[in-house]
Design a protein around this ligand. Structure first.
Ligand code: C2E
Ligand code: MG
Ligand code: MG
Length: 646
């Protein structure tokens, strides 16, 4: 699958929006440019139109034409003495000009100007008439004729002059009104451009707002369905996908993979490093899927340190386990972060659907139960029905443990530790017991639950306080109490406030130095040697002694061991148990003894059950012995008898 589900949907919507925006922009630009060119055309045409179409100018033209006609006929009559054409144009200019003159009123001429013009017309007509009479008289008076002609011409010239003035006046008015029209067109164009820009701005604003909203939606969507660190879809998405596969009756496999050292690495090197490592593991797993060309597989981040994988092409246990083995193979790859070398340590559980469940919650819980049954670094574990029962038991246990802590249903038993040389009591180990429904529950059953549910810190604080209180009680009772060892959980040890708590308890119960020993498992000591050295020094300064419990099974860095301010190594009981059967066990015990001698440490052997074991351990040089051979862990009253016998 390897998809980024629906994540490109908002981008597609954004692209669509941008396209719409571009189209709006183009439309607005087209409208603006059309408006501009249209207005330019209007402006260009206005001038000519106004000039050509003004009726006043037409009438003036007609008037001039009439005047020219009269003058021509008058001169023709004079030249040819033929009266016939002359008679055609009678009666006179006044009559021909009358209609045109009326139209000229629109020019806004003054009455005087009009009267003067009419007087000139009448003068012309009078001279034309006089000319006609002289032409008909015999003999003709040529001087009088010329006088009439000259006077008529003079009247015409004056009329021409007047008309020229009026024409100029009309042209000026036309120009002025043309300019006004052009100004109006320009104003109109500006308004239109402004309107278009406003529309454009509004469209842009709306689009920007829409785009921002889409981006917000996208961010919300990513927050809801994706993990920031790895970019993988999260649990919610897994549930959706799983529901879709189950609904569509698509068979497949669900794997749950836990990076088992994530929390420890976070506590030791900081959460940034743990996150970087997890992201790197995701990269490695993605590569495995890509290399297998598995297009039907999708990784998810289920929670802080746990990933999930859905494989649609692994529908049988064999196929699923093969795929799981390929995933687990990344554990052999080395990762270098800030100059440190890391290896993935994974726990992988798987279940098949629909075979192992048809409800999404059941499937996730079943794959999770299988994962919890897997050993870190070991092979993948497939879900079985027994696991469902176990995980139900686990939950019941956790809630019962919480109640027990509130009610104080715990007690401490004390197991004697004997000096190897004298075989007399020289110390004790406090071991917690849970009195549940009248039965004593062993810590092996509930300490892991307490560790995982965060209860181990309050529980551990109770143990420490109770051991200190009991030590003081023995002392007050006049017994000579021996040093008491208390087991410390990983979470207690990692708590920065822990050394201060220890110091406060020692002070509260007036415990002298060396009377309380803290047993820390080797696994705790292996997490971050530098930090461990620091914490151990702080604890040592409070006056407690320090032991490394179950030594020999973990991953203690020998190089650091000499820097740990510890007093005791407790050999893991597995070696003691194998004494006599496995020569290697004896060799390891001797090796630990040699190491302890070199570092000037005491060695305690626990789990001593037989005389042969005791004798071997005594011969090997162990300092103290602890085991059923001498005594089981005892309730206070019984252990007190050991103290009184001292
Ligand atoms: P541990 O600290 O290594 O304690 C020794 C365990 O070995 C005890 O089991 C003890 O009863 C058992 N044991 C002692 N001698 C023999 C023997 O000869 N044969 C056999 N088969 N077993 C022997 P227990 O009390 O069940 O405790 C188991 C583990 O639970 C402890 O291992 C310790 O890791 C943890 N634990 C016990 N009490 C506490 C506690 O108060 N706080 C924490 N954090 N862990 C505790
Ligand atoms: Mg112990
Ligand atoms: Mg032990």
């Amino acid at each position: 699958m390897n998809r980024s589900p629906q994540s490109d949907k908002p981008q597609r919507r954004a692209r669509l929006l941008l396209l719409i925006f571009a189209l709006i922009l183009l439309c607005v630009l087209a409208v603006v440019s059309l408006t501009l060119s249209a207005s330019r055309m209007v402006a260009e045409n206005t001038d000519e139109l106004t000039r050509l179409r003004i009726p006043e100018l037409q009438h003036m033209g007609a008037l001039e034409q009439a005047m020219a006609d009269r003058a021509n006929q008058l001169y023709l009559y004079y030249a040819t003495a033929d009266r016939a054409p002359w008679k055609v144009v009678n009666p006179g200019l006044a009559e021909a000009a009358h209609a045109h003159l009326a139209e000229l009123n629109r020019l806004g001429l003054s009455d005087q100007a009009r009267r003067d013009f009419i007087a000139l017309i009448l003068e012309f007509d009078a001279h034309s008439h006089g000319f006609d009479q002289v032409m008909q008289a015999q003999p003709r008076d040529w001087d009088a004729l010329r006088a009439h002609l000259a006077a008529g011409q003079e009247a015409l010239d004056k009329m021409h002059h007047e008309l020229t003035d009026w024409r100029a006046q009309v042209s000026r008015a036309a120009d002025a009104s043309g300019e006004v029209a052009q100004d109006e067109v320009i104003q109109l164009t500006r308004l239109q451009v402004a309107f278009s820009v406003a529309v454009l701005l509004v469209a842009a604003f709306v689009l920007v707002a829409l785009y921002a909203r889409l981006k917000d939606q996208d961010a919300l969507y990513r927050q809801a369905y994706f993990d920031d660190l790895t970019g993988l879809p999260n649990r919610r998405f897994l549930e959706k996908d799983l529901a879709a596969h189950v609904h569509a009756a698509r068979p497949g496999c669900l794997m749950v993979v836990q990076a088992s050292r994530y929390r420890r690495i976070g506590r030791t090197f900081g959460h940034g490093t743990a996150d970087q490592l997890l992201a790197a593991h995701v990269g490695q797993l993605q590569q495995v899927l890509t290399a297998a060309s598995d297009t039907q597989a999708q990784l998810y981040r289920l929670n802080t340190d746990t990933l999930a994988l859905i494989c649609l092409d692994s529908v049988s246990h064999v196929a699923a386990e093969q795929r799981a083995a390929a995933m687990l193979a990344i554990q052999s790859d080395k990762l270098v972060l800030d100059g440190r070398e890391f290896h993935a340590e994974l726990r992988l559980g798987l279940c098949l659907f629909p075979a192992d469940g048809e409800a999404v919650d059941d499937l996730i819980r079943n794959a999770d139960a299988a994962m919890h049954a897997a050993v870190a670094g070991g092979p993948a574990v497939a879900f079985t029905l027994r696991m469902a029962q176990d995980s139900a038991d686990w939950l019941t246990l956790e809630s019962a443990l919480r109640h027990a802590l509130q009610r104080g249903d715990f007690e401490l038993h004390y197991q004697p530790k004997l000096c190897a040389r004298t075989e007399s009591l020289c110390a004790a180990e406090a071991l917690i017991r849970w009195r549940r429904d009248g039965q004593l529950v062993s810590p092996g059953l509930f300490i892991p639950v307490a560790e995982e549910s965060g209860l181990s810190v309050p529980l551990g604080t109770w143990v420490l306080r109770e051991a200190c209180r009991q030590w003081q009680a023995w002392q007050h009772a006049g017994m000579s109490p021996v040093p008491v060892a208390v087991n410390i959980s990983t979470q207690q040890f990692s708590d920065p406030a822990f050394p201060a708590l220890v110091a406060a308890m020692l002070a509260e119960f007036s415990i002298p130095a060396g009377m309380i020993e803290l047993e820390i498992t080797e696994a705790v000591a292996a997490s971050d040697p530098e930090q461990v050295v620091h914490t151990l020094q702080a604890l040592k300064a409070t006056g407690v002694t320090l032991a490394i419990d179950d030594f020999g099974t973990g991953y203690s860095s020998l190089a650091y061991l000499q820097r740990f301010p510890i007093d005791t190594l407790k050999i893991d009981q597995a070696f003691v148990r194998r004494l006599g059967e496995d020569p290697e066990a004896a060799a390891i015990i001797e090796l630990i003894q040699g190491l302890a001698q070199a570092l000037d440490l005491k060695v305690v052997a626990e789990g001593v059950e037989t005389v042969a074991q005791k004798q071997f351990l005594q011969a090997a040089g162990c300092t103290q012995l602890q085991g059923y051979l001498f005594s089981k862990p005892l309730p206070v009253a019984e252990f007190s008898r050991w103290l009184t016998s001292l």
